[in-house]
Design a protein around this ligand. Structure first.
Ligand code: CA
Length: 516
């Protein structure tokens, strides 16, 4: 077992914790003795929790120094503490939260860190030079995808400086209540995807003609100041097109004009402050909160110190830690915006007669996460330790620097799509169970929480943070590695595994409004 400790080992995160997480690959048998002297009373799987003391029925089970649940029966020292033995606490109420009471002091600035990027007319910077084709409606998706296959085969090879061609296809645009509350979320998401820094401005738009979401609503005049010109539009129903072949030819002509422009762009030295790094987790396990997420949190602090924008998201995975976040808000206004996003999502989930406890998956639980409280306490470690300086709603374009809460669902592809709309130009994704996740529009660095996953998926995982659990590396060491890798990948010097294999998952819109 490479890099796996031979001795029984468990990680206790906080001195007040009465449970610890088993580190050994494959778990530990009954009778194994931990360094603390605790003797296991039963077999405990890898990443699952062991009771460090006798925990009486009704008493708190404490991890990360917080109560993650109450014992449903007496839990003897050395037993396996799993989801069925815990009652989940209620989420913190949204009134009477601490408001900007523990604002962290700014960390010393980091000077001199740069990357090579494509500077855009609107001041943003791309880490990739991608031709994007926006669509107003699902009806044109197959036609645009047909055209993109031809563009990639016939045109793209002639423009070596262009990285890729991406069709922003989706299932929105018609058959929808376009004026209903919540409809602004998918509409602004599509708008801001078209404006993602990695597409270099000047969107190309393919429209059907009769759809509800018209090009002028998708990219209204108010967005034009941040474009360097009006968008180019091909409407398939225009009478000038006499055949499907005509439509495809029109899309390809529009694309080639843009390829010529994009091909002339060169990477230039940009300060690290031009990075907009989206953080996400997916397929989390009980190690995520002690290895991968704290290491990413350390990298997030370095990025904030370098003046960059760092996005953290996933409302249902921060909901149980909202009291910690409102305390960390830089101003009362930021705290109020955090509460606003939590309240909106509570109401949204309530319409489906669920709450945030519907979040954890069977795989999360097999990975040792007992419930949403334990998952949330691990999840927020990604956000590092700096003050929260801004809050944006789902699909809004982020325009401020520092640590930003960009509200999204936790669903991996919806979160990734919304972070792209928020102007993300680099993505860092932590996983414990493993997922072959990737995005077409921004590079994705995948960080594994466990050495066993990093070894098994050595051609999918970019960073192994499992070395923290086994004591081979510290959180700052892995965090520094992630920070450096972000700069290298952003510059095009290193390739992620997702880009190597072309793992580009489809866009997934968040549409909380009615369809008709
Ligand atoms: Ca997720």
């Amino acid at each position: 077992m490479p890099n796996s400790p031979a001795m029984p080992l468990a990680v206790q995160v906080h001195p007040a914790d009465n449970v610890a997480v088993i580190v050994n690959e494959g778990g530990l048998p009954s009778g194994a003795v931990l360094p603390s002297g605790v003797v296991l009373t039963e077999n405990i799987p890898e990443a699952h929790k062991v009771a460090l003391t006798d925990i009486p029925a009704g008493s708190p089970v404490v991890r990360y120094g917080v109560t993650i649940g109450t014992a449903l029966r007496h839990l003897p020292r050395g037993c396996w503490v799993h989801e069925e033995l815990l009652a989940t606490p209620t989420a913190p109420a949204l009134d009477h939260l601490p408001i900007a009471t523990a604002v962290p002091a700014p960390l010393p600035p980091l000077e001199g860190y740069t990357f090579l990027g494509y500077r855009n007319d609107d001041g943003t910077v791309g880490t990739r030079n991608i031709l994007g084709i926006t669509t107003t409606v699902q009806c044109v998706a197959a036609t645009v995808e047909f055209a993109v296959r031809r563009i990639k085969a016939e045109l793209l090879p002639r423009y070596a400086n262009v990285d890729d061609v991406v069709a922003i296809t989706h299932n929105y645009g018609c058959g929808i209540a376009i004026g209903a509350p919540g409809a602004e979320i998918p509409i602004r998401t599509l708008r801001n995807l078209a404006l993602n820094p990695n597409l270099g401005g000047a969107p190309l738009v393919v429209s059907l003609g009769c759809e509800k979401l018209q090009p002028g609503q998708l990219l209204p005049v108010s967005t034009l100041p941040i474009l360097n010109r009006e968008p180019h539009i091909v409407r398939l129903q225009d009478e000038q097109h006499h055949s499907f072949g005509d439509m495809v030819a029109a899309i390809m002509q529009m694309a080639e004009r843009r390829l010529i422009e994009l091909n002339q762009r060169q990477r230039v030295v940009c300060p690290a402050s031009d990075l907009v790094v989206g953080l996400q987790c997916g397929g989390s396990d009980a190690f995520s909160g002690v290895t991968a997420n704290p290491a990413v949190g350390y990298a997030a602090d370095l990025l904030v110190r370098a003046g960059a924008t760092v996005l953290f998201s996933e409302v249902t995975e921060v909901r149980d830690a909202i009291d910690l976040l409102t305390a960390r808000a830089a101003t009362p206004e930021v705290a109020a915006a955090l509460i606003r996003e939590m309240a909106w999502y509570d109401e949204y989930l309530g319409r489906g007669e669920v709450d945030r406890s519907a979040n954890p998956s069977p795989g999360n639980k097999r990975g040792g996460l007992a419930n949403i409280v334990e998952k949330a306490m691990g999840s927020i470690a990604k956000a590092g330790t700096t003050a929260i300086t801004g809050v944006y709603g789902p699909g809004e374009r982020v325009a401020t620097r520092g640590l930003i809460f960009a509200a999204t669902p936790a669903s991996d592809f919806i979160c990734g799509t919304l972070q792209l709309a928020a102007a993300m130009n680099m993505h860092v994704f932590t996983t414990g169970r493993g997922t072959p996740y990737g995005l077409a529009m921004a590079p994705v660095i995948k960080v594994a929480s466990r050495t066993s996953l990093a070894n098994r998926w050595s051609d999918l995982i970019d960073v192994n943070a499992g070395t923290i659990a086994s004591g081979e590396e510290t959180i700052p060491q892995v965090g520094e590695r992630i920070f450096q890798l972000i700069l290298d990948v952003a510059s095009g010097r290193k390739e992620t595994w997702a880009d190597h294999w072309g793992l580009h998952n489809e866009f997934a819109l968040f549409n909380p409004s009615p369809v008709t």
